[in-house]
Design a protein around this ligand. Structure first.
Ligand code: XMP
Length: 512
């Protein structure tokens, strides 16, 4: 699916900066289609050629070092509007004959920047997020200095005739006051983007592209989990080809209370495709018998999925394409050397041969927030779109020790109570994930006149941007107390409730 042909993109050249994805996301929020390409990509010149404008990102290196990341000099003479951010600004300065030197002091954090000459981008005075050591000492000829801060006399430069612009600060981070307006001016006023990247356009174009790819007869198989990505992926394909899409949902018995039912209802009601539900809970529980090691649980579950697909081959075979809910961050990461470790727990390797079909990946250009937007626009219910991420191995990684039907039920009940109380307290929206886990130690308690010797439940609720880091949600004490009281009273086999305060890192979001 080549959206580049329809939307001349903003090209974001990545020099390894921590905010590179944010640049692309901010552009998308401004309805501009943005693509990220590493500075050393063999495709860089072609991508540059196809782009309407370019942003050069920040990066951890220094342009004063030998062999620092760079781009062919003549690209800057291509006439395309270019905005350099931080490292990007320094690179523009270096390549056009200026001089960059290691700064006397590192400037980090919020600084006030003032406009010092006519500028197409900057407001008069604003607080900006800085994070740099080097500084431009000699401004290349043709450029005007347009912004300065106390510690950074060259905080912004512009050469409107060559359409080259640079800012030392980061307009893409929310700490930069008016940062989005600066990007808007670059994209709309300087580069002439029209703002045609909207979810409505995306849906129309993608539906058309799916029809092109699949043809008038082709059938698509889509394994769904009830999660946002696979649901939106299925909804888009269903919009394109209706019941030539076959969705398969495997209930491994390790879902949250009532979740399997909800997923079935949601698909039957909102997604006009063929829907096959396979109840394999018995099979998964049998396979997990006696297993206590977290990695072994994961592997067993992955292998069991494959067995289920093999066992149901008769029902499932006959499709020509396999749908996958790959998102843009996965596409970007799979080009980076760290991809293997980042994604290892998502891999369900060893698909049966008949499942190795041509892939349909309608979400591969989207960030998560865009997927949600598309889902809402396709008419999927809000509770489905806002559903928390849920691990593939399900409650198995929230039950420490052996997974048995009784222990699954204990976790489901405790988890349900926690969710219900968070919902009643209006706390759900700010929370990234919240769940109950069951530990495999026992402690002494007293209930009525009886001594108890039972297992504790741990409550975990975190706030996070992307699951890479997270911190414990600040849930009011009385809500936690109410949850604890209810769990101990209502869930048999639990006599103690704990709240996990650890952030990630050093802990992880899941307990296993
Ligand atoms: P951790 O526990 O590593 O989790 O901090 C980060 C995010 O990934 C989810 N997660 C998984 N997702 N298969 C998945 O599809 C898995 O095996 C798995 N393990 C963790 C977790 O829920 C969190 O959102």
């Amino acid at each position: 699916m080549n959206l580049t042909k329809r939307h001349e993109p903003l090209l974001v050249v990545d020099f390894g900066g921590q905010y590179t994805q944010l640049i692309a996301r901010k552009a998308r929020e401004l309805n501009v289609f943005a693509k990220i390409v590493p500075w050393n990509s063999p495709e860089l010149e072609r991508e540059w050629d196809e782009a309407k404008a370019v942003v050069l990102s920040g990066g951890p290196r220094s342009v004063t070092e030998p062999d620092s990341p760079s781009i062919p000099e003549d690209l800057l003479a291509s006439g395309k509007p270019v905005l350099g951010i931080c490292y990007g600004l320094q690179l523009i300065a270096k390549l056009t004959g200026g001089r960059v030197v290691p700064g006397k002091t590192r400037e980090y954090g919020e600084q006030t920047v003032g406009r010092v000459s006519a500028s197409s981008l900057l407001p008069e005075r604003f607080v900006a997020w800085m994070s740099h050591g080097d500084a431009v000492e000699e401004v290349p000829s043709g450029f005007e200095v347009t912004g300065a801060s106390e510690a950074c006399p060259v905080a912004a430069i512009e050469d409107p005739s060559r359409r080259l612009f640079g800012v030392q600060f980061h307009p893409e981070v929310s700490h930069t006051e008016g940062g989005k307006e600066i990007l808007r001016r670059f994209l709309y006023d300087v580069a002439g983007f029209q703002g045609d990247w909207t979810s409505t356009n995306f849906i129309e174009e993608t539906v058309e592209a799916i029809r092109d790819q699949v043809g008038p007869q082709g059938k698509v198989l889509c394994a769904v989990s009830g999660g946002v990505d696979s649901s939106v992926c299925a909804a888009l394909i269903a919009q394109a080809i209706g019941d030539r899409l076959r969705c398969v949902f495997v209930d491994h018995g390790l879902l949250r209370y009532r979740e399997a039912e909800e997923v079935c209802q949601m698909f039957r009601k909102h997604i006009p495709a063929e829907f096959i539900m396979i109840d394999a809970s018995e099979q998964f529980l049998n396979a997990l018998k006696g297993i206590t090691d977290p990695e072994e649980k994961r592997k067993t579950i992955g292998a069991e999925f494959i067995r289920v697909f093999e066992a149901h081959a008769d029902e499932l075979q006959g499709c020509d394409f396999l749908a996958q809910g790959t998102l843009y961050p996965d596409v970007i990461e799979s080009g980076s050397p760290t991809a293997a470790t980042i994604k290892s727990h998502h891999n369900v390797g060893g698909l049966p041969d008949w499942m190795r079909m041509e892939l349909v990946e309608p979400l591969r250009w989207l960030f998560k927030d865009e997927v949600r937007q598309v889902g809402l626009e396709l008419g999927l219910p809000r509770e489905m779109i806002l559903r928390q991420p849920f691990p593939g191995p399900g409650l198995a990684v929230r039950i420490l020790g052996e997974v048995t039907r009784e222990r699954v039920e204990i976790v489901q009940q405790a988890d349900w109570i926690f969710r219900e109380e968070l919902r009643k307290a209006g706390l759900e929206e700010g929370i990234w994930q919240s769940y109950a886990a069951l530990l495999n130690v026992r402690s002494v308690g007293v209930m009525g006149d009886e001594r108890t010797y039972e297992h504790p439940i741990v409550l975990r609720a975190v706030v996070s941007e992307d699951a890479m880091t997270a911190r414990a949600a600040e849930i009011p004490f009385e809500v936690l107390q109410r949850v604890a009281r209810r769990i101990v009273n209502e869930v048999r086999g639990v006599n103690r409730v704990l709240y996990d305060l650890t952030s990630k890192p050093p802990a992880t979001i899941e307990w296993e």
